[in-house]
Structures are given as structure tokens and as C-alpha cells.
Design a binder for this molecule. Structure first.
Ligand SMILES: NC(=O)c1ccc[n+]([C@@H]2O[C@H](COP(=O)([O-])OP(=O)(O)OC[C@H]3O[C@@H](n4cnc5c(N)ncnc54)[C@H](OP(=O)(O)O)[C@@H]3O)[C@@H](O)[C@H]2O)c1
Length: 288
């Protein structure tokens, strides 16, 4: 049996859909059954359920808020991940931990390899790295999958924010000097289920293919949705946020290739299918 955490989140919801589609035996947890701000209860819960594998999607994901709620972010993403890893070790379960591009420093322009130096620039990145470190220290049968710029039908994300942007307005300013890759949860979920059913343990980067800036992503969303909005490209310095973001979020897929897993489709194709999934093209307005 597979245990999935965070099934009310974007990724967790799509992992559940994929497991259902394949007829797999699984249980999903929400904050109600498994509260990660209570690490002491986490280990016992997992041991009691005795899964064969855990796909750990739940996390404290409020990147800016984490700067002022550091203790909570570190507890949920760091300590509770450690407790899950301890439990997996005790019961001999596999563990798949979802991590992030934010564990890297974000310098340069080349894609990060899985073992490149970690240098998180904000509390969220530090908390996710703590989770990674515990998984690596405690387990052999683990997968760490770093993803970035996540969007899915079941949650708030950049794509939805763009689509919900005031329809009367003709211009929006979006950051153009942070480069990365979007990750569509409906594309990622099947890969994660393939992984957990394999013994190809290790660290992977898995995003949709291709790189873009947030501004380029916004332009593509508006183009596909038939919205006539001008995207003004601005530097990060013109859009200050509490948490520092990496400029370079490019992730190398070498380990995915080497293990024989398929890469995800291009990010433009992912946007097309996401708009269809949420009915975004139809509802977007200006299309004739
Ligand atoms: N979003 C991104 O751009 C991004 C980028 C890179 C990596 N990731 C990683 O990808 C994974 C999935 O992200 P996502 O975008 O699907 O996240 P999401 O939509 O924000 O969902 C987060 C999930 O975690 C749960 N959660 C949060 N705090 C919890 C707590 N204290 N106890 C129990 N559950 C808790 C949430 O439950 P509630 O619904 O009750 O709040 C929700 O189910 C996470 O590990 C995240 O770190 C995300």
C-alpha cells in the first residue's frame, strides 16, 4: 500500500487521481489525519499505517510567509520529513520526497545537476533542504524529486493568477530575469507513480521541458487563452518580495534520462492541456 501526504494540494490531488486510474492500493492523508506541525505524532501515524511506500507531497509552501514563520516552515518541511523518514526506515518502506529548485543558490545560467552545491536563499529552501538531508541520511530506498514553478488544477498558482487578472486591464508587469521551468502536476504524477513502483532510487529533477522567464510564461498563457494583455518585462529589483528567489532555476534532467524515465512534455504543451483541464480558454474572455 502507498501512503500519499498532502492530498488537498495541487500535486497530492493529481497523484491520487493517477493511483486511482491505475487501480493501486493507497491511502491519502490531509492535515486532519496527519498534521505536520506536530512532528511527534507523525512517526507513529506512519508506523501504524505500515505502508510499503510513502509519496510525501505535503509541505509548507508559502514561500514569502515562511520568512516570518520560520519555525513552522522548518518544523513542517524539515522535522516532520525527518519523522516520516525515520518511520520508513523502521517499517522498511520506500520514500519519495518532493523537493524544490530553491535548494540551489540560483547563480549562473547552466542547469543544476542533482549533486551541485546547495545554497538555499530563503527559509523555505532551507526547510526543504533539511528534509532532503534527513531522507538521504536515514534511508537507502528513497527518491528525491526536485520540481519547480508548480501548477495544477487543485490549488493556487501563477497560471491561475494570470488567468484571473482583471479582464479590463491591458497591461501587467512580470519579472523577466528569473529563468526556470514550469511543472504541471498532471504530467508529474504519472512519473512519480512509475518511480515509486520501481527500485530506481536516487535524486531526480522533473519539470516540464524547456526554460522560460515568468514574463515569458505569462505571455504564453495570455496568448493561449486569447487574452490581449501586454506583458511588461521587469527586473526582480522592481518586484521586491520578502523571500529572495533564485535567478537561475534551470534543472538538468540527466539522472532522469540515465534511469530510463521519460521526460515530461514541453511547458507550452502543459499550459495548453492545463487550460483545457480548467476550462481556461473558454472562460478567458477576449477570444473571438
Ligand atoms: N508550488 C510550487 O511552486 C513548488 C515548487 C517546488 C516544489 N514544490 C513542492 O512540491 C510539493 C507539492 O506542492 P504543491 O504546490 O502541490 O503544494 P500546495 O498546493 O501548497 O499543497 C500543500 C499541501 O501540504 C499540506 N500541508 C501544509 N501544511 C501542512 C501541515 N502542517 N500538516 C499537514 N499538511 C500540510 C496542505 O494541506 P492544506 O490544504 O490543509 O493546507 C496541502 O495538502 C511540496 O513538497 C512543495 O514543497 C512546490
Amino acid at each position: 500500500m502507498i501512503l500519499v501526504t498532502g492530498i488537498t494540494g495541487q500535486l497530492g490531488a493529481d497523484v491520487v487521481k493517477e493511483l486511482e486510474r491505475r487501480g493501486e492500493n493507497f491511502i491519502g492523508t490531509t492535515r486532519k489525519e496527519l498534521d505536520l506541525s506536530n512532528p511527534e505524532e507523525v512517526k507513529n501515524f506512519i508506523i501504524e499505517k505500515k505502508p510499503d511506500a510513502v509519496i510525501h507531497c505535503a509541505a509548507y509552501t508559502a514561500v514569502d510567509k515562511a520568512e516570518s514563520e520560520a519555525e513552522l516552515a522548518l518544523t513542517v518541511n524539515g522535522l516532520s520529513t525527518r519523522k516520516i523518514a525515520e518511520a520508513c526506515r523502521e517499517i522498511g518502506a520506500k520514500m519519495l520526497y518532493i523537493s524544490t529548485d530553491y535548494v540551489f543558490g540560483g547563480d549562473g545560467e547552466t542547469p543544476y545537476e542533482i549533486s551541485d552545491e546547495k545554497a538555499p536563499q530563503n527559509i523555505y529552501g532551507k526547510s526543504k533542504l533539511l528534509g532532503e538531508d534527513s531522507v538521504i541520511a536515514l534511508l537507502r530506498n528513497y527518491f528525491i524529486v526536485r520540481i519547480s514553478w508548480v501548477f495544477g488544477a487543485g490549488g493556487k498558482n501563477f497560471v491561475k493568477t494570470m488567468l484571473n487578472f482583471d479582464k479590463r486591464r491591458k497591461k501587467i508587469s512580470v519579472v523577466d530575469d528569473q529563468i526556470g521551468s514550469p511543472t504541471y502536476t498532471a504530467d508529474l504524477a504519472p512519473l512519480l507513480v512509475d518511480m515509486i513502483n520501481s527500485d530506481k532510487y536516487g535524486i531526480y529533477h522533473a519539470t516540464n521541458e524547456g526554460f522560460c522567464s515568468w514574463a515569458e510564461l505569462a505571455e504564453e498563457i495570455f496568448k493561449q487563452a486569447g487574452r490581449e494583455i501586454t506583458v511588461e518585462k521587469i527586473p526582480t529589483s522592481d518586484y521586491p518580495t520578502p523571500a529572495k528567489r533564485p535567478f537561475n532555476s534551470r534543472l538538468s534532467k540527466k539522472s532522469l534520462d540515465e534511469a530510463g524515465f521519460n521526460r515530461l512534455p514541453s511547458w507550452q504543451d502543459a499550459v495548453t492541456r492545463f487550460l483545457t483541464e480548467i476550462g481556461g480558454i473558454k472562460n478567458a474572455g477576449n477570444k473571438k
